[in-house]
Design a protein around this ligand. Structure first.
Ligand SMILES: CC(C)(COP(=O)(O)OP(=O)(O)OC[C@H]1O[C@@H](n2cnc3c(N)ncnc32)[C@H](O)[C@@H]1OP(=O)(O)O)[C@@H](O)C(=O)NCCC(=O)NCCS
Length: 170
């Protein structure tokens, strides 16, 4: 297993194409994709394409969305990670958890360690995060890990709040 980050309760590892069933289960729940500009997946083949075309290419830059497992029982609970946005040249922090894993502080724990990884190991200058204006759970996570609100914007007809953290070591 290609482990990238370890937190007190979680392990974050790289996805492989063999994880398509896990990504399919996560992305086929309408509640999980409610505030994300993506339709719920209809079949596991679509999940394989997401891993191959979107997730794996990010690993070339040591960035990427990483699968989260609990240390308690090795259960897959979702993903968290960093993504380079070609259009703006920014690095985005994102996360997506199964509904059964909400309300336990896992998102905040994974996101905080991912932010630190980006600053300490990858020496990134700044990391941003975006959330739908109504996605209060996600906005709370961005605030709890110390990101600052920058602005509201609209992307693909979605009203978003944009947050940012600057690397304190640079
Ligand atoms: C956004 C998302 C990750 C937030 O998940 P979450 O579980 O609400 O996030 P948190 O980690 O902040 O945990 C929430 C609560 O768990 C509670 N909690 C329980 N046990 C805890 C523990 N041991 N440590 C810390 N918090 C704990 C806390 O009360 C916390 O809420 P509070 O800080 O407001 O008091 C989740 O809703 C999700 O995956 N949504 C679908 C995908 C999505 O929208 N992604 C974001 C796109 S921008």
């Amino acid at each position: 297993m290609d482990i990238i980050i370890e937190t007190p309760r979680l392990v974050l590892r790289r996805f492989t194409e063999a994880d398509a069933p896990l990504v399919y289960q996560l992305n086929s729940n309408p509640a999980v994709v409610k505030y994300i500009h993506e339709p719920a997946l209809q079949n596991p083949e679509q999940a394989k394409e997401i891993i191959r075309d979107i997730i794996l290419p990010q690993y070339r830059n040591n960035l990427g969305r990483w699968a989260i497992h609990t240390k308690e029982n090795n259960e897959f609970i979702g993903w968290c990670g960093l993504k380079y946005l070609k259009a703006s040249g920014e690095t985005d922090l994102g996360y997506r958890l199964h509904q059964f894993a909400w309300g336990k502080g896992f998102a905040t724990e994974a996101a905080k360690h991912t932010l630190d990884h980006g600053f300490i190991q990858l020496h990134l200058k700044a990391i941003m995060g975006k959330a739908h204006v109504d996605n209060t759970g996600s906005i709370n996570v961005l605030q709890k890990i110390g990101m600052q609100f920058i602005k509201e914007t609209v992307e693909d007809h979605c009203p978003l709040k944009v947050f940012m953290a600057a690397n304190p070591n640079r």
